[in-house]
Design a protein around this ligand. Structure first.
Ligand code: SF4
Length: 411
């Protein structure tokens, strides 16, 4: 059985290192232009070099997203950008626009090309067309069913295919959406989406400005555009069985908590399936882990046909049960941890440490030491966000492990 690539988002250097720590086989990242996630931190050209060194030293592939649809005015800048990144050993570029493909062919003719989901490939003839253009891999449109995916993979031998298996969904066709452009002047297809599909909407009658009427009775408003998030964890055997080469996680703008938690679940689920397909079950603790993350309800999207009402989230915007509170920066020689605090913590908090392979240990926080920029550590009972603390714990922890706290255990 072939092993599919687990492909993870890397919105910045920290997220990239977390993705590698939690088992990604490959990561995708954007530069500061042309990458459709202009509001993620993204990478400068110098940072890309460091990111590639890091990934390749760990045997992880790295792909550069250049999947916006630039207008004529941006083409000179595009060519300059392509020339800047040309010496960097990216394993592939992720592209969508034929004009960008043309420009890459001119500047980096040997570069492997992966076609973005933005190109909306939804049938095998499209896939064959792109193969004839020299594209190596296609990320299939999220609107495809499992049967369509399987047929398309079989119909175009030699082409690699990937599909999203987890993350946010657009309510428009493969992200070809104008809501953000209309409401905020920021064009989703230029990487500037402000995600207005996730805002709360009401109805206003023309002659009564300022009076807001709910379309459906709900104290949180009406989320008429609000899609649930994609989660195909339970269908990993079917996805692998379809012949997909890569299974992709959405979310370059999400935090390291999301990257770590989603990856540790999918890494484990895929590995268990490959080890013993006949005995594979989707473990409840994996689903519980995904439920702990901020999400908008889960759906299988179009995998089994039209999602109808199961794809629409009518209740509230986001659900999550845990707060991410810190990350282990370093494990010192004597086992003491240096922790970067991201949310206020205090003595008495019940903190869970999570690591790759679904490793998890919990402790009630006692006294710890805060670590000032300069000077000696000071005993402390409270640590504020963006501070660092020293802590000893009675279990094994690695740099890159995360700390989280159930939302009810601390104000
Ligand atoms: S507004 Fe929503 S549906 Fe439209 S592109 Fe942005 S995320 Fe997608």
């Amino acid at each position: 059985m072939h092993k599919p690539e687990l492909l993870a988002p890397a919105g910045n250097m920290e997220k990239l290192k977390i993705a590698v720590h939690y088992g990604a086989d490959a990561v995708y990242l954007g530069g500061q232009a042309f990458g459709l996630r202009n509001m993620a931190d993204n990478f400068s050209v110098a940072e890309m070099g460091a990111a590639l060194d890091f990934c390749h030293s760990k045997g992880v592939k790295a792909y550069l997203t250049i999947n916006s649809y630039p207008r004529n005015e941006a083409l000179v800048e595009l060519e300059q950008y392509l020339a800047q990144v040309a010496p960097l050993p990216f394993d592939a570029y992720i592209v969508a626009d034929p004009g960008v493909i043309d420009a890459v062919r001119q500047v980096s003719p040997e570069r492997e090309l992966h076609l973005s989901t933005q190109a909306n490939t939804i049938n095998w003839r499209s896939a064959r067309f792109w193969q004839q253009q020299g594209v190596r891999r296609i990320n299939l449109a999220r609107e495809m069913t499992l049967n369509n995916i399987t047929e398309t993979v079989k119909a175009v031998p030699g082409m690699e295919f990937e599909a999203f298996m987890h993350g946010a969904l657009c309510i428009s066709y493969s992200g070809r959406c104008l809501i953000s452009s209309m409401l905020t002047g920021r064009d989703a297809n230029q990487g500037e989406c402000t995600h207005p599909c996730r805002w709360s909407y009401h109805l206003v009658e023309e002659s009564r400005p300022g009076e807001y009427f709910p379309v459906v009775e709900d104290e949180n408003g009406t989320f008429i555009f609000n899609s649930r998030d994609l989660c195909l964890l339970e269908h990993i055997p079917a996805l692998i069985g379809s012949g997909l080469h890569a299974l992709k996680i959405e979310g370059r703008m999400k935090g390291i908590n999301y990257v770590a938690s989603v990856l540790r679940v999918y890494r484990r689920a895929i590995d268990e399936y490959l080890d013993n397909p006949a005995a594979w079950v989707c473990r409840p603790e994996w689903l519980e882990e995904l439920a702990k993350l901020s999400h908008r309800g889960y759906t299988t999207g179009f995998l089994f046909g039209q999602p109808l009402d199961v794809g629409q989230e009518y209740q509230s915007a986001y659900i999550r049960s845990h707060d991410f509170v810190g990350v282990v920066d370093e494990v010192q020689g004597d086992g003491t941890l240096i922790i970067s605090v991201r949310n206020r913590i205090k003595t008495g908090d019940v903190i869970e440490f999570i690591g790759p392979g679904m490793r998890s240990d919990t402790l009630t926080l006692g006294l710890f030491s805060s670590l000032p920029e300069r000077g000696q550590p000071v005993p402390a009972e409270i640590a504020q966000p963006n501070s660092r603390i020293l802590l000893s714990v009675p279990f094994d922890v690695e740099a890159g492990d995360l700390l989280r706290r159930e939302k009810t255990t601390s104000p």
